[in-house]
Design a protein around this ligand. Structure first.
Ligand SMILES: [Zn+2]
Ligand SMILES: [Zn+2]
Length: 171
């Protein structure tokens, strides 16, 4: 795996020459990894089993990693665990690939990176939360209510008093 720009690019050309049913396992283990263009991953592990089929090569892939995201409630960065599994058929050029199939490149290398990028992004929620009961930030002082009890009461301020309060500094 000496392809820092395409760490999930596999040389599978030799499998095409094997009998149908032949398979080969590739395993991955990276402390950190950038999936182009923008996905920073840590503790990346996984494997890809690539088998020779009648039409081409079938890749069965399972990947695990974690990525840093910010909690939408308390704005604290945290590690989100990601797990994905997918199967892709890379069809040899002499066969016609259907719309959902990929073509096996002539150089005999397949790059799982862009596919993994898509699957991992599906796993990342639009509004990540660090823990289900995250208390968020105090809207008055901005303290992280998971760690601090600032004592501000948020819900029981009478809205009419609030208006008065806003007027006071102007008097
Ligand atoms: Zn949080
Ligand atoms: Zn507060």
């Amino acid at each position: 795996m000496n392809h820092p720009h395409a760490p999930l690019r596999l040389n599978v050309g030799f499998i095409v020459k094997q009998r149908i049913g032949y398979s080969r396992n590739f395993s991955f283990d990276f402390a950190s990894l950038l999936l182009a263009p923008d996905l920073e991953l840590q503790n990346f592990t996984g494997n890809a089993e690539v088998s020779r089929t009648q039409k081409g090569l079938l890749a069965r892939v399972g990947l695990n990693a974690s990525t840093t995201v910010s909690c939408v409630r308390c704005l604290t960065p945290f590690q989100l665990e990601l797990h994905t599994r997918f199967t892709e058929l890379f069809v040899e050029l002499l066969h016609k690939a259907s719309e959902i199939e990929l073509v096996l490149p002539e150089d005999g290398h397949i790059d799982l990176g862009p596919i993994a990028w898509e699957y991992f992004n599906l796993e990342i929620p639009i509004n990540p939360i660090c823990k289900p009961d995250c208390k968020g930030l105090c809207p008055i002082c901005g303290e992280n209510l998971n760690h601090t009890q600032c004592g501000h009461k948020i819900d029981d301020v009478d809205p009419r008093l609030k208006i008065l309060k806003n007027l006071l500094p102007k008097l």
